[in-house]
Ligand binder design. Structure first.
Ligand SMILES: [Zn+2]
Length: 356
């Protein structure tokens, strides 16, 4: 009896799917909260079943109010049959899953030295550079890369060359202040360079040369059905970038992302010694786990970035790291295990080779 009960217990992953399915059938007032809770379920820190065993209210979970509390309790008591989620909702880790994977992986004993994607008030983030840096220092990091959006992405408050220069001065100032206080964290200058469908960026290459690292990302034509291998290879061959960010462009329950001959894409990344990112933003988790395995096979470098838009979101590193380590990516292939100096040397080497 108890074994059977255990087998039938719904995980947060299953609840997320039930919430998404319920949203599709629901009428207006409940539709939005159901859809939202489906997304938020990936952030819930504990399994709902455990919470209920402890007689806690589900309303302490993000996205859950009294009516969803009742609906979810009813599912747990009487689990509905549930099919595999459609591709747009497949391959996303819940927080308890990510943490279990990390606990199993002893390589986690030493955590990453830094986080390589985050946004500040300079574009669409809500924290200052200093706030992000201090939050990162509390996590024990040695560095962070500030990757605000570039000028072409107006909707996300993208910055131009002049603003990027001014931001660099602010970073110098923050670094000097932290150093004077004995805080061992370095803020690296970077950017999330907006790429067009031919792999070209929207900033003067000379402005990018002064940065420690450049992350290139697609933000347009992300619903194309045709094979996009060509655009990925062009992006990787763009001499101004070293990391390809949130490669697939997927968003949970919203957009399935692009398709490509990923083996070929990752082979080119490996050949050029460039990195592909595992964006840990819970709705993105991009590369998805299946692609992380292909990237591992190709042997290309991996970059972990939370895509945090506020200091609290730096904790999304759990999703990125769990995904990388459970796929067996060796730590020597993960940029975040390099020192800041090693990272700069790596980026410098790529620049020299592409200039030659
Ligand atoms: Zn982006």
């Amino acid at each position: 009896m108890s074994a059977r009960l255990k087998h039938n217990v719904l995980t947060n992953e299953a609840l997320a799917e039930l919430l998404a399915l319920a949203a599709e059938k629901a009428r207006m007032p409940l539709q939005k909260p159901l859809r939202r809770a489906s997304r938020k379920a990936f952030l819930w820190p504990d399994e709902v079943a455990v919470l209920l065993q402890q007689n806690r209210s589900l309303t302490e979970l993000p996205g859950v109010g009294p009516s969803l509390d009742r609906i979810i309790r009813a599912w747990i008591e009487n689990p509905p049959a549930i099919a595999a989620p459609p591709p747009v909702r497949q391959g996303f880790l819940t927080l308890p899953q990510a943490r279990t994977m990390l606990a199993k992986n002893r390589a986690n004993a030493i955590g990453p030295r830094g986080d390589l994607q985050m946004h500040t008030q300079w574009s669409d983030g809500s924290g200052t550079i200093e706030e992000m840096a201090r939050a990162a220092a509390l996590r024990g990091y040695e560095y962070i890369a500030i990757t605000d959006h570039s000028k072409g992405l107006k909707i996300a408050g993208g910055i131009d060359e002049q603003q990027l220069q001014a931001q660099g001065e602010e970073i110098d100032h923050v670094n000097a202040k932290l150093k004077a206080e004995g805080v061992r964290l370095q803020v690296l200058r970077s950017i999330e360079l907006n790429l067009d469908t031919t792999g070209r960026g929207d900033m003067e290459p000379r402005a990018l040369e002064r940065l420690d690292l450049v992350l290139g990302c697609f933000h347009s034509a992300l619903r194309k059905k045709e094979d996009q291998t060509g655009r990925y290879i062009a992006a990787l061959r763009n001499p101004d970038i070293q990391i390809l960010g949130h490669p697939r462009g997927r968003v949970y329950n919203y957009r399935v992302g692009l398709s490509a001959d990923w083996e070929e894409v990752f082979a080119v990344a490996a050949e050029l010694d460039k990195a592909v990112e595992i964006d840990g933003y819970p709705d993105r988790q991009d590369l998805s786990p299946d692609l992380v395995r292909l990237a591992k096979k190709a042997g290309c470098r991996i970059s972990l970035g939370t895509d945090a838009h506020d200091p609290l979101q730096l904790r999304s590193m759990d999703y990125s790291l769990a995904s990388a380590l459970s796929a067996g990516i060796p730590r020597q292939r993960i940029l975040n295990f390099m020192t800041a100096q090693e990272l700069k040397n790596w980026a410098g080497g790529i620049r020299e080779r592409s200039a030659a």
